[in-house]
Every structure is written in structure tokens, then in C-alpha cells.
Design a protein around this ligand. Structure first.
Ligand code: DON
Length: 315
């Protein structure tokens, strides 16, 4: 039973059948384009489509390409924010990265005029500043801490896709420009290329839709992975992570998303979306066809329908 309210309508086999019909309905939708600004992402198959839902009591429902591995991309930003908060605490974190939505594209080169901070940890500038805060003695230790953090949410070993990492790194001049701008204003004070490499590596972590659902359910479960029972992040930072997801997670679609779906979410350019229903479930959809704001077309549709059908909107 995914949640109290969901359980009023569907249980077990019924819920699985419902997910299958939802998948069938949107598999036919062919709108959008796969991301092509990073060569490795352009290889995605537009037909890939998976949906997974994990409950806070540890059940996982899935359909379609839910076990297919792909790079996590911007969805990583939520979890790295959690680690940066654990490393530095809320007050210091806020001196480096704001929590204001931008209404701009994810890769806009813009900082807050007054404070010189990047606007929030979900846009690229803020994510790079966030990643630069990860503690560790040298790049290897920092990468290992990051992978260990992801393992906590996912519940098994993970790896970085070397081709995507290289692809991101060789085409990442726009991100590099943001990093230089932030260093100019004193918002990044670690080795710039190392911080960028770690950011490109976090984007290149391989996950499945099922993994993402468990990660989202871990956030729904106040930081404890509901499948392994292990704590992935301190409960006190869940509110920081979910608030920023709610207001900034879908970039320049965040307002409309909040209005229509009404749940904290995060998307990535490889076609993943995670959604958190606090204290109930984690939802993940994977489909690489993106709209002009870089959100998965099928993903948005599926989440709108789930929210509507099970009255998941927070308000
Ligand atoms: O920084 C980049 O360009 C990518 N590696 C991450 C972008 C991403 O997923 C943004 N989201 N929609």
C-alpha cells in the first residue's frame, strides 16, 4: 500500500495494474527531444520509459524500463546539498548559496546582485558552489564521500559512468564560466577544476528509476532508507532539501509544477524526475524526451496524473 490515501483506492496487485495502464497510456506520447548538448546524452533512446514508486514501509512498485541504468544528472543536486549541509550546517551554507527560485533556465549565468551568491542549489551555478563545499582530503576522498552518501540513499554500490564524465568535462565551458565568476566573488574558494570535476562526476553517477524511487522515499521517510533501514542524511536537513526542491527543483517550470502537482520534485537532463510525498512515498519516472525547459515530457504527465488521481497535492 503506497500510502494511506492511496490505499483507500488501490492495494498490491491493483496498484501494479494501475501503474501498467499509466505506462501504456504515456508510452505513445512522443513529444520532446533527448538532450543533445552533451554527446553521451544524445545517445538516449526516446522509447525508454520507466515508473517506480517506493513506500516508506519499504515496498517498491515498478513498470517499464525501471531497471535501466542512466546518469542521475541534476537530480544529484538535492543529495549533494544534504551532504554540504551536514558538512557545514545551515547558517554557513546559506552564506554561500541562496534559496531563491530564479525563473531562469538551469544553466543561466546569473548571481544574486546584492549577495553575489548563486540563487539556489538546484541551478548549475548553485550546484557547483554546493559541490565545492564537500569536505575531504583531496579529490579522491571527496569523491568517495560523495559515493558513500549516494550509497546510503540507494542501498547498494554505485559507479560513475566514465564516458559521460569525460563528455561533461570536455563540453562544460559554460559551467566552467560560472565557476570562475563565483570564484571572482569569493563564493568558491577551493580548487576550481577539482570542484568542477566532482560536479561532473556527481552528474555521471549511474542509477535506475527504481533506485531513484528509493532515494525519494528516503527523503519522504525523513532520511532513513526504507528498504535497508539505514540513515542516509540527518533528519534535521530534510526540511531544507524538500523546501528547495519545492520552490526550485523544476527550474523555470517550478511555479507551474507547484501549482499543478504540488509536491517537492527534481528533474535531470537524462530524463529522470523524482517526487517526494512526505511521510508516504517516493515517485520516480524516467523518460529521456525533454520539453524546452529540460523536464521529461512523459515524467511531468505521469506525475500530474498521479497527483490528481490520488490527491497528493500538499494543499
Ligand atoms: O551541468 C550540466 O550541464 C549537467 N551535467 C546537469 C544538468 C541537468 O541535469 C540539469 N537539468 N535539467
Amino acid at each position: 500500500m503506497p500510502s494511506d490515501r492511496l490505499s483507500n483506492s488501490v492495494t498490491g496487485q491493483n496498484f501494479q495494474s494501475y501503474l501498467e495502464s499509466l505506462h501504456r497510456k504515456y508510452q505513445a506520447l512522443r513529444d520532446g527531444n533527448v538532450a543533445n548538448y552533451i554527446p553521451e546524452l544524445a545517445k538516449a533512446n526516446p522509447d525508454w520509459f520507466g515508473i517506480a514508486i517506493a513506500t516508506v514501509d519499504g515496498q517498491v512498485f515498478s513498470v517499464g524500463d525501471a531497471d535501466h541504468l542512466f546518469t542521475i544528472q541534476s537530480i544529484s543536486k538535492v543529495f549533494v546539498q544534504g551532504l554540504a549541509l551536514e558538512d557545514h550546517g545551515r547558517d554557513y551554507f546559506l552564506t554561500r548559496v541562496g534559496v531563491e527560485p530564479t525563473g531562469d533556465a538551469f544553466n543561466a549565468i546569473v548571481l544574486d546582485e546584492q549577495s553575489k551568491r548563486p540563487y539556489n542549489p538546484m541551478v548549475n551555478a548553485g550546484a557547483i558552489a554546493t559541490t565545492s563545499l564537500i569536505k575531504g582530503n583531496g579529490p579522491t576522498e571527496r569523491l568517495n564521500r560523495l559515493l558513500e552518501m549516494f550509497r546510503g540513499y540507494i542501498g547498494h554500490d554505485i559507479f560513475v559512468d566514465a564516458s559521460t564524465f569525460m563528455s561533461e568535462r570536455t563540453t562544460g565551458d559554460r559551467n566552467r564560466a560560472m565557476a570562475y565568476l563565483m570564484r571572482n566573488f569569493g563564493m568558491i574558494d577551493t580548487n576550481l577544476e577539482e570542484a568542477l570535476d566532482l560536479y561532473f562526476q556527481q552528474c555521471s553517477v549511474m542509477v535506475s528509476c527504481r533506485d531513484l524511487a528509493v532515494m525519494a522515499a528516503t527523503l519522504a521517510n525523513r532520511g532513513v532508507n526504507p528498504v535497508t533501514g539505514d540513515r542516509a542524511v540527518a533528519a534535521g536537513y530534510i526540511r531544507d532539501m524538500l523546501s528547495v526542491m519545492y520552490t526550485c527543483g523544476m527550474y523555470n517550470f517550478a511555479g507551474e509544477w507547484s501549482y499543478r502537482v504540488g509536491l517537492p520534485a527534481k528533474s535531470g537532463v537524462s530524463g529522470g524526475i523524482i517526487v517526494v510525498v512526505p511521510n508516504q512515498i517516493g515517485i520516480a519516472v524516467f523518460s529521456p524526451l525533454l520539453d524546452h525547459r529540460a523536464n521529461s515530457v512523459r515524467g511531468v504527465k505521469v506525475c500530474e496524473e498521479l497527483s490528481e488521481r490520488f490527491e497528493l497535492h500538499l494543499f
